[in-house]
Design a protein around this ligand. Structure first.
Ligand SMILES: [Ca+2]
Length: 109
């Protein structure tokens, strides 16, 4: 399954483009722009599994760094600072990775 099977390629392009400047990444706005907030929990999980490159069941720091590339090959790498901020937002139990149940796209965070 490809990201564009779940989300609109046009939306992805716009969202990735909106955060092309260094240190500008805002995950809440990004997930909103790609349309993830309107998706069902099942679809959000599918997106999660695409981003979980090694299928470990978690998105680790190394995978988060390239999270934008998971949406489109044109995506930039996140800086260490952006990666850590994203990890802190999604890592509810502090184990240094984001589990499939932590829905970053949800309003709760
Ligand atoms: Ca992983």
């Amino acid at each position: 399954m490809a990201m564009t099977d779940l989300l609109s390629a046009e939306d992805i392009k716009k969202a990735v483009g909106a955060f092309s400047a260094a240190e500008s990444f805002n995950y809440k706005k990004f997930f909103e722009m790609v349309g993830l907030k309107k998706k069902s929990p099942e679809d959000v999980k599918k997106v999660f599994h695409i981003l979980d490159k090694d299928q470990s069941g978690f998105i680790e720091e190394e995978e988060l760094k390239f999270v934008l590339k998971g949406f489109t090959p044109e995506g930039r790498d996140l800086s260490d600072k952006e990666t850590k901020a994203l990890l802190a937002a999604g890592d509810k139990d502090g184990d240094g990775k984001i589990g499939a149940d932590a829905t970053l796209a949800s309003e709760s965070c």
